[in-house]
Every structure is written in structure tokens, then in C-alpha cells.
Design a protein around this ligand. Structure first.
Ligand SMILES: [Zn+2]
Ligand SMILES: [Zn+2]
Ligand SMILES: [Zn+2]
Ligand SMILES: [Zn+2]
Length: 325
């Protein structure tokens, strides 16, 4: 069954849905009484909800319903929108046996038209009414709670959430199990790890010290207007060689931008090292991998406190979709 989260106050097995109101025609599994088809169950779900709304709301719904094609909100058990064979969202074309057991066309083909409930080969008929119903249902993205404004067709929900930029990332601190939209929850770091991300602005150089014994420094952009991006300036002690550095963006989904950065290390007496690289975008970060090392700063660049003094500038470049690593 497709995973669905329930909004606060909703019953755990139901979900608030929006669909276009259509006139209920004579044929098809969606309107027949006593049928065990998903369409009938969906209709039952709707009736259940109508019984639960207030009188004023009912009148309002009826008034609005007179206008053909206007969307209404209904509660429905999401199980009825899933195929009883593959347990994925029903994808038209849909067919049913004579007893009204409905499934996707591809699932019937795989089973050689043998009904999994009737336990025999059956004659199939197409269910146009159920196809219309599933095609008209729009649901909110599960990450609406973190700011995603999208409403998508139920069958496309999982695909959308795979690429949704409001999807969860994992907290990079060892042993922390927090997963969420990190960009919206920078307070998680101060509340749980006693770390406050350092603020910066894109395209503006800023100074940052890499502290001894810290595997990464957290950075957050001030001038991100839609969605916040959290960066990790990771460092790894290479002993006598010095310190390896790399910049990573912690994010999920498919971004419509990418990042690059310029980094400069100074030894305090005029010598400096400069490097330019692209920022790696990951949903989960565990440690600085060898392949991701951008720059190795020699040990003698440390200041008297044992820190590396760096100048960093992060650039945000808008682009067509950039896949996460
Ligand atoms: Zn199926
Ligand atoms: Zn059957
Ligand atoms: Zn989304
Ligand atoms: Zn954490």
C-alpha cells in the first residue's frame, strides 16, 4: 500500500482529498450498490465524510456542487485507490472481473487474467468510471508540513516526493536520528547539538576558521528566499599532511540550481592557497570521503590556536534540474 501521512485530527486510515465533482452515471463499478469494487468503496468513503461535516458546510458543498467541475474536499480510505494485486496506486487502464475485483491492466496481464480473489481465469471489463475517479484525485505532498505547496495526482505522489525539494535530509551529527527538511529546522542544531549554523550570503566572501577536532562547520545562507540550504564545510585531519577540506550541501530532491565555491587558505605570513570547486549535494552525510576532498591545506597553515583561517565564497547558480548525488 502506498504510504500516506495523516494530517492532525484526521483518522489514521483516511485522508483529505480533492476531486472534481462529476455526475453519477448509470453504469460502472463506482455507482453500483453492494459492489466490492474500489469505486464502490470510494463512494462509501465519500458518504461517510458527508455525514461528518457540519450543516452549514453541507449546504455550502451542495451549492458549490451545482457548478459542474468545481473541486470539493472529501475523506477517503487510501486503500481503495491502490491496486489489490501490486498494492501500488491504481493506474488506468483499469479492468475488473464479473464480481467487480478491480486491478491495473498490467497486473491482470501478469496473472494471465486469473482473478486473485475468484481464483480462476475471468472475463475482464474496463472500468471507465473508476479511471475517471482516480485520475481526478489530487493529494497534498507529504512534505506540505515543511512548505511544499504542490497538489499532485494520487498515482504521481510517490514520484513527486522522490524529487521534492522539501523532502527530508538526515542530520549529519553522529548517532542523531533526526530526519526532516533541514533547511527549515536550523534550530535543531542549536537545540540538540549546541551548534548554531554560521550565516553567510551567496557571492560574498566571508571568513571562517576550521576548528580542531570538529568534523564539519555548519553554514546557512541568509539570502535563500524559497527554501533554506544548509552547507557543511567538512574537514579531515590528515596528520603530517595537514587538513582535507570539502563543501557539501545537505538537501534532498531535484534542485533547480547548483552551487560552486571559492576557498582560500592563508598561513598568516603572506602565503595562500586557492581552490574553486562545485558543491556536492547529498541527502545524507556521514564523513568526508576521499573522493570528495577539494583541497588539502598544509599543517603549517595552522595559526597559534591550531585553527585554519579561510576565506570562503559560495555561489548559487540557477539552472535546469540538477540531480542530487
Ligand atoms: Zn496493479
Ligand atoms: Zn474476481
Ligand atoms: Zn512536494
Ligand atoms: Zn541532529
Amino acid at each position: 500500500m502506498a504510504k500516506l501521512s495523516s494530517a492532525e485530527g484526521e483518522r489514521p486510515t483516511t485522508r483529505s482529498l480533492t476531486r472534481k465533482r462529476k455526475a453519477c452515471g448509470g453504469g460502472g463499478g463506482g455507482c453500483g450498490g453492494g459492489s466490492s469494487s474500489p469505486a464502490a468503496a470510494a463512494a462509501e468513503g465519500e458518504r461517510g465524510v458527508e455525514g461528518g461535516v457540519g450543516e452549514d458546510e453541507e449546504e455550502e458543498e451542495e451549492d458549490r456542487g451545482e457548478e459542474k467541475g468545481e473541486a470539493i474536499r472529501v475523506m477517503i480510505d487510501p486503500d481503495v485507490l491502490d491496486c489489490s494485486i501490486c498494492f501500488e496506486p491504481l493506474r488506468p487502464p483499469l479492468y475488473q472481473c464479473q464480481k467487480g475485483h478491480a486491478a491495473c491492466s498490467s497486473c491482470w496481464s501478469l496473472r494471465n487474467n486469473k482473478c486473485h480473489i475468484c481464483l480462476r481465469r475471468v472475463t475482464l471489463s474496463r472500468i471507465f468510471s473508476l479511471e475517471k475517479l482516480v485520475e481526478s484525485i489530487a493529494v497534498s505532498c507529504s512534505y506540505a508540513k515543511w512548505g511544499c505547496p504542490e497538489s499532485v495526482n494520487y498515482a504521481e505522489k510517490a514520484a513527486h516526493e522522490e524529487t521534492c525539494i522539501f523532502g527530508p535530509s538526515k542530520c549529519p551529527f553522529p548517532r542523531c536520528t533526526y530526519e526532516g527538511y533541514i533547511g527549515l529546522s536550523p534550530t535543531h542544531f542549536s537545540a540538540n547539538h549546541n551548534k548554531t549554523p554560521k550565516g553567510f550570503s551567496y557571492n560574498q566572501s566571508f571568513k571562517i576558521n576550521v576548528l580542531r577536532g570538529e568534523p564539519f562547520t555548519l553554514l546557512i545562507a541568509w539570502n535563500d528566499y524559497v527554501g533554506k540550504h544548509v552547507f557543511l564545510l567538512a574537514n579531515k585531519n590528515l596528520g603530517s599532511l595537514g587538513c582535507a577540506l570539502s563543501l557539501t550541501c545537505l538537501h534532498s530532491g531535484v534542485l533547480n540550481c547548483h552551487f560552486s565555491y571559492d576557498i582560500m587558505a592563508n598561513d598568516g605570513s603572506g602565503a595562500s592557497l586557492q581552490f574553486k570547486d562545485n558543491v556536492v549535494v547529498v541527502r545524507e552525510w556521514n564523513e568526508l570521503e576521499k573522493a570528495d576532498i577539494s583541497l588539502v591545506v598544509p599543517k603549517y597553515f595552522r595559526n597559534s590556536d591550531g585553527e585554519f583561517e579561510l576565506d570562503l565564497c559560495i555561489h548559487k547558480i540557477w539552472s535546469s534540474a540538477v540531480k542530487k548525488k
